[in-house]
Write a new protein. Sequence first.
Length: 417
Amino acid sequence: MNKPITYIFLIIAHILIAQDIKTLTPSIELLEFSKEGEHEFNRNWKVCEAIWEKMQNGVEYKDLTAQEQKDLEKVSEVHSDYWQVGTDGCSWYCGASIAMVSASSYLNTQGKTSYVPKNAHDFDYKNAWVEGVNGYGVGEFLEFSFPQENPRITKISIVNGYVKSEKAWIENSRVKKLKMYIDDVPYAILNLKDERATNHFEVDPIGNADRDNYEELAKLPDWTMKFEILEVYPGEKYEDTVISEIYFDGIDVHCFAKGTLITMADHTQKSIELLALGDEVLSYNQQTQQQLTATIKELANPIHDNLITISLEDGTSITCTIDHPLMSATGDWLSYDPQKTKADYIYNSVGKLEVGAMVLGVDKDLKIVAITTNDKMQPTYTIVRLDKGNTFYANGILVGTEELREQKVCEKHQITK
């Protein structure tokens, strides 16, 4: 008598649990890759390489011919490959890494083409993960492992199907629904569109919010995010279900707030969100203790919610993330979170930024009179790299660029099966 009741109870419980799982709908970014597009990209890149070499040898942008300036508009220095996902500039990956990408199965290599799990996170639209079981692969999954000290995730982007060509996309199966798990606990159902496109899913911050204990977080076991195939859009020729790429964006990577004024080479000021590649800013040589002109080579504008506002004795202030480096009047780097600054960026010696510290200004040293925190999520901006040196002036005080340590650049592509 108890068995039917228990069975019915389990069914009801299962339904209730299923109802608690949110359903997410994406925004779409259409993709249109082709051999013709690749050839045109490579031609334009080769032309621009010659122009960039002229500029490295002292020719300024204003002295280029009208055609050369037009040619430079066709490509971006931070998007160096036709098949590249994202750019070479700073992003969520500036402070993040993926410990491992694994899968329940994958299709055997055919000729020189592999379908291993790491293809789903190699930042290359041309490669793909293909599940390796008979049928459409319902129940198969990809799993990502993340270090606890990673910045939090607020966007998950899924490149659905075999997008390297229209033919490959149509012939192979695509995902219709994915079930997403955090540490094996169901989190959401992701409804993917049947388009040759990237599906962008916005999520509440996922990850460890305890940003003040970075070193302790690094000692904890990795956490996981799993994507299980629930339904598919059948391919016209093959049952194999394909995902070309899954990548992430988020918060907790350091920058400046919108409206921060950057001192240009001619001593005028420009809001940081209006800067462009090729702009010339005022920089500072720590060895010669002289100001100089530097050209912007990379920019970035991630979203953050871990900002501080630093108030100075002259009534001005600057808002930046907790680990952005500022130069003291004695020539030493300071940040509110020096351990994180040293861990992620090219600064080996960083002291604690505190009230009372003197920082180096454009014309004079300034004393910090207050530091307040701001957890409001907002877009931020920064200079990642200059053609010379690693300093610029933000709201009149000397700060550092965002260039990554060499090992962090490598970690972006360091993924195991």
